[in-house]
Design a protein around this ligand. Structure first.
Ligand SMILES: CC(C)(COP(=O)(O)OP(=O)(O)OC[C@H]1O[C@@H](n2cnc3c(N)ncnc32)[C@H](O)[C@@H]1OP(=O)(O)O)[C@@H](O)C(=O)NCCC(=O)NCCS
Length: 169
């Protein structure tokens, strides 16, 4: 791992190729890179952030609109460049994404991932248990962004670009 200076900023259209390359390098298949392209095409990409080091993209996160009982976003994919992992880039991207979602009046953020990594950001598998849908299971987690008691249950579905992942858990 190596620490260098970088800044967090919103994704811009000119980042498309660099983000695509980062996602293709970070995952075993091109599915995640293709997913992000489709989310943008479908206008489901609500928040996209990059970690920029003098023009080099070191990290990326996307939060997309979900179909849910309340205003909810799905977080992911998130990825950082291999040489700079373990230096807090993904943590900053995730925390900033959650802060932006809160500021924009989103009420909850769902994700699929390793609970050991994501619980530090406030994500809970137990809270996600009350929700049903194709993505329900041991990896579905939710972070509530407000103090409301609310119904906090029901059917949740990721944006339609995620449909190809439905059988994966
Ligand atoms: C997962 C990933 C985004 C983490 O990025 P990062 O910039 O290294 O993350 P940070 O430096 O902010 O956090 C690193 C911490 O997360 C932990 N961590 C990373 N992946 C983890 C996992 N799968 N399970 C548990 N902990 C994990 C590290 O051990 C480290 O812990 P520490 O802070 O207690 O030392 C990065 O490894 C990556 O891009 N992986 C390939 C793509 C991927 O799997 N994305 C996630 C699924 S969408």
């Amino acid at each position: 791992m190596s620490e260098i200076d970088w800044e967090l900023r919103p994704y811009e259209a000119s980042d498309e190729a660099a983000v695509d390359a980062l996602l293709r390098a970070s995952f075993d298949s091109p599915a995640e890179a293709e997913l992000v392209v489709q989310l943008r095409k479908d206008s489901d990409a609500e928040i996209e952030l990059v970690a920029d080091s003098e023009g080099e993209i070191l990290g990326y996160v996307i939060l997309s609109r979900m179909i849910a009982p309340e205003r909810a976003l799905g977080l992911g994919p998130v990825a950082t460049t291999e040489p700079h992992r373990g230096t807090g880039i993904a943590s900053t991207l995730i925390e900033s994404g959650l802060a932006l979602a809160t500021a924009n009046d989103w009420l909850s953020v769902f994700l699929l991932g390793d609970p050991a990594f994501y619980e530090r950001f406030g994500f809970s598998v137990d809270d996600a248990d009350a929700f049903q849908g194709a993505f329900a299971g041991p990896y579905l987690q939710v972070a509530f962004l407000d103090e409301e008691e609310g119904p906090r249950k029901g059917e949740v579905t990721y944006a339609k670009a995620f449909a190809r992942f439905e059988s994966a858990d």
